[in-house]
Structure formats: C-alpha cells, structure tokens
Design a protein around this ligand. Structure first.
Ligand code: UDP
Length: 241
C-alpha cells in the first residue's frame, strides 16, 4: 500500500480517495488481514519530527490518512496535492457501520470509564449487528493484560482511543497478537458517545472544525499553536525543494 505516498515534513501520507480507502478496508475485513491505521494531523506531524521511534511507527503503518485540513493545505503548498481529508472520526463511523452490516466482532479501548460505557451502550442500541466482544477505558496500568484480553476475544476491529502517541505505541506493540483492523481514534469516543458534540456539517464543510473545537475547549490553544508552526515549516520546506 506504500506505493503512492506523499511526504509532508517527514510523515508519509497515503494519497487515495475515501471511497478507495473504504474498498481496501472491506477487502482487509473479508481477508482477516492485520492492518494498522494512523490518522495524523499537523500536531502529530510535528511530534513525529521530534521523536524518531514514533515517526517510524507512523510511517510503517499500513494506512496513513490525512486527518485535518492542515495536511491537505500543506500538500497543496508543497506542490503535491492530495485527494482530500479523511478523518479518524469518519473512518471510525465507516468501520462501525461496516461491522454492523457484516456482523463482525469489535473491541473498544480507551477514553474515560463513563465515555467508553456510553460508547458501548450506543453500539448495543444502534448497531445490533455488531458482536461487541469487549471494551475497556483508557486508564490502566497493565498494558499486557489488556492486550491479552483483546487477543482472547478475537475481534475483527479494534478501536483504540488513548490519544497520541500512546495509542500508536499500544497498537504497534500488540497488533500481532490478533489479526484485525487496528486504528488509533484519539478523542473520537468523546464524540461517538455524545459526551462532546462534533462541529455542525456546515462548519466541517468550511474546514473550520478546528476553530469550533477551540471555542468549545479553549484549553486546546496550547496544542493549536502547532498549526502556525507547521505552516511556517511548510513554507520553509517549499523554498528548499
Ligand atoms: N485517553 C485515555 N487514556 C490516557 C490518555 C487519554 O484513554 O491515558 C483518552 C482521553 O480520555 C480522550 C482521548 O484519549 O478520550 C484523547 O483525546 P484527544 O482529544 O487528546 O485526542 P485527539 O482527537 O485530539 O487526538
């Protein structure tokens, strides 16, 4: 799958349409393949630049998808345009719907206890085709014990919401215990469970989801400082190329 990758400041993104991506995932599920999806945004691209171990894990994942308009803008500015944004949240929703249709086994890991419980309840209520084989919150000490529990339950899909880089380290370390689609979904359970609201469709269309999140959670301002820093690096990289 590494054929058509676009390098943005050291992170190698897959350049395909969302439809194409969904086709690959369908095939992977039918074949019981072991696949690892990462969904970097500009903040993650910057942290990968400072952390070689993390960067290697990201670049060796099976799918590296552009989560955020910043990645698409960066690609345009560098003269290597990409098909478009594919968010972690939309991928989570696609996997959940597909698991429901195909009657697959799913495991949920991460987020606060009440958030993961509400996410599991939503699955049981709305996606009755899914065999929810297990779920656990993201605040645990014994990684190995959790990984063994996942492996014993043999899910087809493992959704991991521990934040970055924790979720990528966890998946990288334990994915070989069980062939599945493994994806790090960051704060997605907070939205999936209804605990936090996603931006309205129009705001998403205008690519202003980041602003919506900032207004809802002003404490994110520190993390968002990554964006201007990222754009400055993109401009420098463009001059160098
Ligand atoms: N989290 C967790 N365990 C931890 C740290 C974080 O389960 O040790 C969860 C946290 O509850 C939240 C998610 O990981 O649901 C990270 O959310 P964040 O908003 O940072 O992710 P983003 O979507 O911005 O990547």
């Amino acid at each position: 799958m590494h054929k058509n990758r676009i390098n943005i400041l050291g992170t190698e993104f897959d350049n395909f349409t969302e439809d194409q991506f969904h086709k690959y995932l369908n095939e992977d599920l039918d074949n019981h393949s072991n696949k690892f999806i990462v969904t970097p945004n500009p903040e993650i691209v910057l942290s990968a630049r400072k952390n070689t171990r993390f960067s290697n894990i990201v670049n060796n994942a099976d799918y590296v998808i552009p989560d955020g308009i910043g990645i698409i803008k960066g690609a345009n500015n560098l003269g290597t345009p990409m098909h478009g944004r594919i968010t972690g949240f939309d991928t989570l929703m696609y996997l959940v719907k597909t698991a429901n249709d195909k009657k697959l086994k799913v495991y949920l890991l991460g987020a606060k206890p009440e958030v993961i419980k509400a996410s599991a309840d939503r699955i049981k209520r709305e996606f009755t085709g899914i065999d929810l084989v297990g779920y656990h919150d993201g605040y645990f000490d014994d990684d190995k014990k959790i990984a063994e529990d996942i492996a014993a339950k043999k899910p087809n899909i493992v959704l991991v919401a521990l934040g970055s880089p924790k979720q990528e380290y966890f998946i990288n370390q334990f994915r070989d215990l069980n062939p599945a689609i493994w994806i790090g979904v960051g704060g997605s359970f907070d939205v999936f469970s209804g605990t936090k609201k996603r931006a309205p469709k129009i705001v998403q269309k205008l690519s202003l989801e980041w602003l919506y999140r900032l207004l809802k959670e002003p404490t994110r301002i520190g993390r968002m400082a990554a964006i201007p820093r990222y754009m400055t690096l993109i401009r420098k990289e463009k001059k160098n190329r």
